[in-house]
Design a protein around this ligand. Structure first.
Ligand SMILES: [Cu+2]
Length: 656
């Protein structure tokens, strides 16, 4: 069966455009030389990787330094480093990855990172150190192919050319210099200097930074001065000190890189971790939900019933290394001319999307979790680059899709904490960066029962719809499987409150909006080569019902007043769904409406809490409402990180 995207490709190659559904613009046709291989692959065949031979790793709590300021602030020094980790099963080679760890204690560098445990209204201060250097203090180049033709951090550009789209007279190879990084706490109600602005990156403090290179991004010094003025912590070379007030609802947040034009690679290389915020009025008292989760000082072998689960797709080479495409040709067969040759405007390395061919969960391919016949709390994160997930718990991993759910999920929370009431779901649709806080009840299952977490979303961009009706499910043999649960003897007393008896959670309404603004989601094809695209994905505004395309460097158009409550109407003119993330705020999903229709659709039940990321479907207006209560410079963007890296991100400012 041809996938929707393959159909588009077929139309472009063979002129078989009569096959295309009515209404598709010719500009979105993808050129391609082949129909097969929808999933880019490394040299390691994913079907040769044994599944369910390694246990799920439950990330321990991240060690702290001594608390500071009269024990009023939790303090961490966290570095990003390069190291080897056994992501594949033991008989396969280890993988070179990057991730974060505490410089306070050995053995804490892990992909994904150990979890930061934070408490509402108790500040956390983190000194984030870029230690991508070798033993001699010289910088390490990127482990993945960096496209230097995007609008990106561009350290070789120096003070003038950093954070620009450089020009080339011939098609360049990948950038192999020192790696810029900056950390964003996703879901954080962060002040601007601590938000990880995309132009506030910094190189490692390496011995051999080439002369003329910018060692920091355009906004690093501005935010450094501001941060040092606020809390007195100095930012040493190769680091930044971010303080998070945690003055927000309890919830499941996470941290990851946010460097301009490099996020897709810096995240794919590994650095990311959970940041779990507990306490305050919006949390439930201890003991109501299944627990415990890992905490500092736990003895080895402690059993956990609250478990964060980060799901990511990756591809590998047979030597264990991570595979990520090194040429645009991988995406659609377009072999040039690229930027720097014959006036083309197509980047030579950047791929518009990336789909790995294995599933990695908490840093291991296809792991197994032993579960007792009781309730568990899982905090799911879709940490993929481009892949939407439709998760389901089934008894046969290879069952025909769509498979029948063996157990339901009780979703209790989303990005911004608990939902008004638990929602029973047979499947979890999760876009990039979304979090789902769920209860799964294994009570009553016989010891030895085997269940599987599977994925029925497509191995291609998602546009909405139903598995096997509107798109083919992910390959049941590889990316259609996620992890396994094996029921073992009950070794605990489950005192958690039954999910269907949890008291409803009061959400403080945001009140009426002062302003409604219209923004747009767009794709751009080559302006020099007919029928080649996409060249980039861009955001923008609306003018008289038509989209105005705006890039990262265009003047700010979204400028809410401080403490304004606004509705943002997101018009999606592309063929795919995009996960839109607005920094600083937690918003409510108001509704969705097909363009040209008066029919308005209420948000899904599982979207009725506070959120920071929302699915904007093609051809629809997605409305969200937020209160912008911190002043300063932030960003909003698509969280398909390939899109984010190539113009689908805009700065916005709150207040003057
Ligand atoms: Cu996007």
């Amino acid at each position: 069966m041809l996938t929707r995207r393959q159909l588009l490709k077929a139309g472009a190659i063979g002129g078989a455009s009569l096959l295309l559904p009515a209404g598709l613009r010719p500009g979105i046709l993808r050129p391609a030389s082949v129909l097969a291989d929808a999933i880019p692959r490394g040299t390691l065949d994913p079907t040769t990787i044994p599944k369910y031979v390694t246990p799920l790793v439950i990330p321990p709590a991240m060690p702290r330094q001594a608390a500071i300021q009269n024990n009023s602030i939790d303090y961490y020094v966290i570095a990003v480093r390069q190291f080897l980790q056994q992501i594949l099963p033991p008989e396969k080679p280890a993988t070179t990855v990057w991730s974060y760890g505490s410089v306070a204690g050995g053995g804490t560098f892990n992909y994904p990172a150990f979890t930061i445990e934070a408490t509402v209204d108790r500040p956390v201060r983190v000194k984030w150190v870029n230690q991508l250097v070798d033993g001699g203090g010289n910088y390490l180049p990127h482990i993945l192919p960096v496209d230097p033709t995007l609008h990106w951090a561009n350290p070789p550009g120096g003070a003038e050319g950093r954070d620009t789209r450089p020009t080339f007279t011939s098609t360049p190879g990948p950038y192999t210099g020192p790696v810029p990084m900056v950390v964003h706490l996703h879901g954080g109600h962060s002040t601007e200097e601590a938000d990880g602005f995309a132009e506030a990156w910094y190189l490692p403090a390496a011995n051999n930074i080439p002369a003329g290179y910018a060692s920091v991004g355009s906004f690093y010094d501005f935010f450094k001065a501001k941060a040092e003025g606020i809390n007195g912590a100095t930012w040493q070379p190769g680091s930044a000190v971010f303080q998070y007030a945690n003055d927000q609802r309890a919830g499941t947040n996470w941290f990851h890189d946010h460097t301009l034009g490099m996020t897709r690679l810096n995240v794919y290389a590994g650095p990311a971790g959970f940041y779990l915020l507990r306490g305050g009025n919006s949390d439930l008292p201890p003991g109501v939900l299944p627990g415990p989760a890992p905490k500092l000082g736990d003895p080895p072998g402690r059993k956990y019933y609250e478990i964060p689960i980060a799901i990511q797709d990756r591809s590998f080479n047979s030597d264990g290394s991570l595979f990520y495409p090194a040429s645009r040709e991988f995406f659609d067969g377009f072999a040039g001319p690229y930027i720097g040759a014959d006036s083309s405007d197509i980047s030579p390395i950047w791929n518009p999307e990336f789909f790995g061919n294995t599933t990695v969960v908490n840093g291991r391919t296809w792991p197994t979790l032993q579960v007792e016949p009781r309730r568990y709390r899982f905090r799911f994160l879709n940490g993929c680059n481009s892949r939407f997930l439709i998760l389901k718990i089934v008894s046969n991993a290879l069952a025909r899709r769509p498979a029948r759910a063996a157990l339901p999920f009780w979703q209790i929370g989303t990005e911004g904490g608990f939902l008004p009431a638990p929602v029973q779901l047979s499947q979890l649709l999760m876009t990039l960066a979304e979090r789902a806080d769920v209860i799964v009840d294994f009570t009553g299952l016989r010891v030895g029962t085997e269940l599987y977490l599977i994925n029925e979303a497509p191995d291609e961009p998602f546009a909405g719809g139903v598995t096997e009706r509107d798109f083919p499910a992910a390959d049941p043999g590889t990316t259609g499987q996620v992890m396994k649960f094996v029921v073992v003897t009950l070794a605990s007393h489950d005192e958690s409150v039954r999910h269907d008896r949890l008291t409803p959670n009061q959400l403080t309404p945001l009140g009426a909006a002062n302003v409604t603004r219209q923004v747009s989601l767009n794709e751009e094809d080559s302006s020099t080569l007919e029928g080649i695209g996409p060249r980039a994905a861009v955001l923008g505004t609306m003018s008289g019902g038509t989209p105005v395309h705006l890039g990262w460097d265009d003047a700010i158009t979204e400028n809410p007043e401080l403490n304004a409550t606004e509705i943002w109407e997101m018009f999606n003119f592309t063929e795919d769904a995009h996960p839109i993330h607005i920094h600083e705020v937690m918003f409510h999903v108001v509704n969705r409406q097909p363009m040209g229709s008066t029919r308005v659709r209420a948000p899904e039940k599982w979207e009725t809490g506070f959120k920071d990321t929302v699915i904007a479907y093609p051809g629809e207006i997605t409305r969200v409402k937020a209160k912008f209560d911190l002043p300063g410079l932030y960003v909003w963007h698509c969280h398909i990180v390939e899109h984010e890296d190539n113009e689908m991100m805009r700065p916005y400012r709150v207040g003057p």
